[in-house]
Design a protein around this ligand. Structure first.
Ligand SMILES: O=C(O)CCC(=O)C(=O)O
Ligand SMILES: [Fe+2]
Length: 486
């Protein structure tokens, strides 16, 4: 499975794939044309014979030279034709075309992108009629009615009836404006009626059954169009849990007000490394309860490039453990691609790990390898605790995930913040900076305030590196830490 959509880095490959596929198709068409030319030549020689057909066939064929020519020609005509039909050039180019086709995205990828679109829409409250928000980002893109219809149907199948209705309405509008499409207006109206009925948006004169010929009852049609016009763009039909509410609020830029006393604690300062006092770090207190620290200019541009280059060939869809089956599965709750970079894989990895030890003063022998992640369109990670791992095979050996160091390796134009819904903290990705927090309290219990999430990326490519530091080995180190954690 390619799963292009889960990583922006992989999505960019599609642009090359498009070029390669076009090149192969061109080659194949040329080979076919060559073949057609050869077939035409064969046909020509046969037709030429009709034109100078003998007046007296019997006399003609009694000429041994003529007989020889005709018999020879006809005995070979099928072989020649077949040779052209199975032209070797053709077979080669067709093989190339076939193998390039293997790299094309599939229907799953389309669904993935649509799901991402719907997720973004849900998170950032985007009205399909206001889709220009997407188009402003690049090249004045517009969708055709078949495309908006597709989005509507996927929204419907993923139980987002409200969005399904809005996209279907957009489809109808486009058809009304005379845009060309495969989907018919009747189909669209039928779906619209069904969605509206299910949402109880409109008063039904009767069940939303089409009248003769699949047409919608005119009264129903009218009431449908009227209600859509006045229909408010709200989330009232989609219930949210508390966490989601705050998660969404934080992702969309809403902030809880802090008391001035607390705000005064959010300072920026130069700090000696807790593990290496010879090193100075630009430390910013991003949050006080729980303490979240940010280190600016933690990675250099060169280090970021090297790390991305190392990770690229290893990226694969990040997985979560399925609660029921206990198996690792892909899930909409975590849309990104990730890769592990090992300690001695490259001097830059060693160097970055050393810097993490220098700044935190924590033992890294028991830590996990550096995990690199690249998020795709709408890429996100729903609220979770880093310390709550199902099937943690390392627990016995290393202890729990005492601390997280999250390094941002890109800026994100819109979206993609790391948010802590229970306390109201929101960290904007800033290229080269690293954030640090403790997942476990000093008594070893989980700090439930560290519930956090990665907001869907709206515009941009988000790259992060995660270092999860484990409990074993910190017995004498965390005490020395000045990080005030209960
Ligand atoms: O990418 C982010 O902002 C957070 C990622 C995260 O929480 C994780 O990978 O555990
Ligand atoms: Fe996390």
């Amino acid at each position: 499975v390619n799963e292009f959509y889960s990583s922006t880095d992989h999505m960019t490959r599609l642009i090359d794939i498009r070029k390669e596929f076009a090149r192969c198709l061109h080659g194949y068409i040329e080979a076919l044309e060559g073949q057609v030319d050869a077939l035409k030549r064969t046909l020509n020689t046969l037709e030429k014979d009709f034109d100078d057909a003998p007046e007296d066939p019997e006399k003609f064929i009694s000429n041994p030279l003529a007989a020889f020519q005709l018999v020879r020609k006809l005995s070979r005509v099928w072989a020649t034709t077949q040779e052209h039909l199975e032209g070797r050039r053709n077979t080669e180019t067709l093989e190339k075309l076939r193998s390039t086709a293997q790299t094309l995205p599939g229907a799953d990828d389309v669904d993935g992108v649509v799901m991402a679109l719907v997720r973004l829409q849900e998170m950032y409250r985007l009205d399909p009629r206001n889709i220009s928000l997407f188009s402003q980002v690049s090249h004045n893109l517009t969708l055709d009615p078949d495309e908006t219809f597709h989005i509507a149907m996927i929204s419907y199948h993923s139980h987002r009836l409200q969005y399904a209705l809005l996209w279907m309405e957009e489809t109808l509008r486009k058809l009304d404006e005379g845009e060309e499409a495969n989907v018919t207006k009747d189909e669209v109206l039928y779906q619209l009626a069904s969605f509206s009925h299910q949402l109880a948006v409109i008063q039904m004169p009767s069940r939303p059954e089409p009248t003769n010929g699949g047409l919608l009852h005119p009264a129903l049609h009218k009431s449908l169009i009227e209600s859509i016009k006045t229909w408010e763009w709200t989330a009232k039909y989609i219930p949210h849990t508390d966490t989601e509410n705050t998660y969404e609020a934080l992702c969309t830029g809403k902030r809880v007000a802090m008391t001035p006393q607390r705000e005064r604690k959010l300072v920026c300062r130069y700090r000696r490394g807790r593990g290496n006092p010879l090193m100075l770090f630009k430390e910013e207190v991003e949050w006080d309860q729980p303490m979240i620290l940010r280190y600016h200019d933690f990675l250099s541009e060169g280090e970021i490039d090297t790390i991305k280059t190392l990770a690229r060939p290893k990226l694969s869809r990040a997985q979560v453990i399925d609660a029921v089956s206990g198996k690792r599965v892909s899930a909409a709750s975590r849309v990104s691609q990730s890769a592990w970079l090992y300690e001695d894989e490259d001097p830059v990895v060693t160097q970055v790990n050393q810097r993490i030890a220098d700044v935190t003063g924590l033992e890294l022998q028991t830590a996990e390898s550096l995990q690199i992640a690249n998020y795709g369109i709408g890429g996100q990670y729903e609220p979770h605790y880093d310390s709550k791992l199902t099937n943690d095979s390392d627990f016995q050996l290393r202890g729990g995930r005492i601390a997280t160091v999250l390094i941002y390796m890109s800026d994100v134009d819109i979206g993609g913040a790391t948010v802590f819904p229970d306390v109201g903290a929101a960290l904007q990705p800033k290229r080269g900076s690293a954030v640090l927090w403790f997942n476990l309290l000093r008594n070893g219990n989980e700090d439930i305030r560290t519930l956090h999430a990665a907001c869907p990326v709206f515009v941009g490519s988000k790259w992060v590196a995660n270092k999860w530091i484990r409990t074993y080995g910190q017995e004498f180190r965390r005490k020395c830490s000045t990080i005030k954690s209960d």
